[in-house]
Design a protein around this ligand. Structure first.
Ligand SMILES: Nc1ncnc2c1ncn2[C@@H]1O[C@H](COP(=O)(O)OP(=O)(O)O)[C@@H](O)[C@H]1O
Ligand SMILES: [Mg+2]
Length: 418
C-alpha cells in the first residue's frame, strides 16, 4: 500500500521536474531545526535536481543567506529566533531582498500564521506535512517568478541604459548641430561682410574713376578745346588741307568730350551727390531711352526728399541693373519706374511689359541657383540695407520691387571701409 503511494507520488513529482538536470545550478537554502523534516525537505529538493545547503538556526540562516542562494525554505519555529523575524531581516537587506522565501512550518499551520508570514515578506507558505510534489511545484513556481522578475529588471535596466545612451547621443548630436550652425552663421556673416565691402568698393571705385575722367582727361580736353578756339581765329592762314584737318580735330575733341562725359556719368552721375536721386534718375532714364529706344516713365511720390547717400546709390544702381535687364532680356517696348517714400521706408518698383521670365528661370532665381550676377547683386545690396527684394514675372511682364528702410542698420564692419 505504502509502496503504491510512493510510486504515485514519484510520478506526480516527475511531472513537476521534467528537467531536473536544468536545476543543478540552482542553490536552495533549507532552514529547519528538526533533523528529520530538514532531511526530508532537502532530499525532495535534491531529487528534483537542486543543490541544497542546510541551516539549523536563525543565525545560521542569516549567514547562509548572505551567500545569496536562489531560494530559501524557512521553518518558522527556530531555536534562536522566530522564522518570521529571519524572513523580515532577509527582505530588509537590499542585497538579499530578491531571494524568494518559502515558509514551511509544522507548528504554525493556522491561517493567521500564514498571513503573518506572507505579510512579513515571504513569497509562499506551506504547512507540514508537505506533499513532495507540491513542495517542488511551489519551489519551481517561485523560481520561475524570480526568473521572470530578474528578466524584467534586466530588460528595464537595458531599456534605461539604451534611453540614457540615446539621450546622450541626442545631446551630442544637438551640440554638433549647434556647433555647425554657429560655424555656418559665422561663415555667412563674413561672406555678407565681404560682399558689402565689395559693393562699397565698387561704388567708390566707380565714383573715383568718374571723377578722374572728368577732372583730368576732361580738363585737358577742355584746355585743348580752348587752344583750338585760338587757332580757329587764325584758321584762314592755314592751307586748305590743314584747315580741313583742324576742323575734323575740333569735331573729334567734341566727340571725345561728350563720350567721356557720358562714361563718367554712367559710372557715377554727379547729379546723384549734388541734386539727389530724382534728378540723377531723370537724367539717366532719358539717356537710357535714347540709347535703347525703350520708352520709360519715372514717377516719384509727392515731395520726395533726399535719402542717405547709401540709399540713393542703392536705388540708382538697382534701377540701372533693372533697365539693363529689360533692354537685354525682356523684349519690352516700355518700362515703368515708381519710387515711393512712405513712413520709414522707400519702395522702388520697376516694371516691364515683356513676355516674362520662363518658369524654370524663376524657379532657379527663387532657389538662388545659377542666376546672373545682376539679380544677386541687387539682392545683396537690398539685404545689406535691411530691406527686401521681390521679383514677380508672368506673361504680362516682370516686376522688381525693392523695399528699403530709411534708417538702415548698416553693419558696423562696413562703415570702416574706405
Ligand atoms: N526683365 C526681365 N525680363 C525677362 N527676363 C529677365 C528680366 N530680368 C532678368 N531676367 C532673367 O534673369 C536672368 C538673370 O538676370 P541677371 O541676374 O541680371 O543676370 P544677367 O543679366 O547677367 O543675365 C537673366 O539672364 C534673364 O534670363
Ligand atoms: Mg543683368
Amino acid at each position: 500500500m505504502s509502496n503504491s503511494i510512493e510510486t504515485k507520488d514519484s510520478a506526480r513529482w516527475e511531472a513537476f521536474s521534467a528537467d531536473p538536470s536544468g536545476n543543478s545550478a540552482i542553490r536552495i537554502l533549507t532552514v529547519d531545526d528538526n533533523e528529520a523534516l530538514r532531511y526530508s525537505l532537502a532530499r525532495s529538493l535534491r531529487d528534483a535536481g537542486y543543490q541544497v545547503v542546510e541551516a539549523k538556526t536563525g543565525a545560521e540562516a542569516l549567514a547562509r543567506a548572505a551567500e545569496l542562494p536562489d531560494l530559501i525554505t524557512l521553518d518558522v519555529n527556530l531555536p534562536d529566533m522566530n522564522g518570521f523575524q529571519v524572513c523580515r531581516r532577509i527582505k530588509a537587506d537590499p542585497t538579499t531582498t530578491h531571494i524568494p522565501i518559502l515558509h514551511v512550518s509544522s507548528t504554525f499551520v493556522d491561517p493567521q500564521s500564514r498571513v503573518q508570514g506572507l505579510e512579513g515578506g515571504a513569497d509562499a507558505y506551506l504547512a507540514e506535512p508537505v506533499d513532495r510534489a507540491e513542495l517542488v511545484a511551489t519551489v519551481g513556481a517561485l523560481l520561475r517568478l524570480k526568473k521572470a522578475e530578474t528578466t524584467a529588471r534586466q530588460q528595464a535596466q537595458a531599456a534605461e541604459k539604451a534611453r540614457l545612451e540615446l539621450a546622450q547621443l541626442n545631446a551630442t548630436l544637438e551640440a554638433r548641430v549647434n556647433e555647425r550652425t554657429a560655424e555656418l552663421r559665422t561663415a555667412n556673416e563674413s561672406l555678407r561682410e565681404l560682399s558689402a565691402r565689395l559693393l562699397k568698393m565698387q561704388d567708390d571705385e566707380r565714383r573715383r574713376i568718374a571723377r578722374e575722367l572728368h577732372d583730368s582727361v576732361g580738363q585737358l580736353l577742355a584746355a585743348i578745346s580752348m587752344n583750338m578756339a585760338v587757332v580757329d581765329k587764325e584758321s584762314e592762314k592755314l592751307s586748305p588741307e590743314a584747315k580741313k584737318a583742324f576742323v575734323e580735330n575740333r569735331s573729334f575733341v567734341q566727340q571725345i568730350l561728350q563720350g567721356i562725359r557720358t562714361i563718367s556719368h554712367l559710372l557715377h552721375p554727379p547729379l546723384l551727390d549734388e541734386s539727389g536721386l530724382p534728378s540723377a534718375l531723370r537724367w539717366y532714364v532719358e539717356e537710357f531711352s535714347q540709347r535703347s529706344g525703350i520708352s520709360v516713365t519715372l514717377q516719384f511720390s509727392p515731395s520726395f526728399e533726399r535719402l542717405s547717400s547709401e540709399l540713393e546709390t542703392a536705388v540708382f544702381r538697382i534701377v540701372q541693373e533693372c533697365l539693363g535687364n529689360i533692354h537685354r532680356h525682356s523684349q519690352s517696348p516700355t518700362a515703368e519706374i515708381r519710387v515711393t517714400k512712405s513712413g520709414d521706408s522707400v519702395s522702388l518698383e520697376v516694371r516691364d511689359a515683356g513676355p516674362g521670365m520662363p518658369a524654370e528661370k524663376q524657379e532657379q532665381i527663387k532657389l538662388g541657383i545659377r542666376t546672373g550676377v545682376g539679380l544677386r547683386g541687387m539682392r545683396e545690396r537690398v539685404a545689406q540695407l535691411g530691406g527686401q527684394l521681390k521679383i514677380e514675372s508672368d506673361a504680362g511682364g516682370t516686376t522688381v520691387v525693392a523695399t528699403l528702410p530709411c534708417t538702415p542698420s548698416t553693419p558696423a564692419a562696413i562703415e570702416g571701409v574706405a
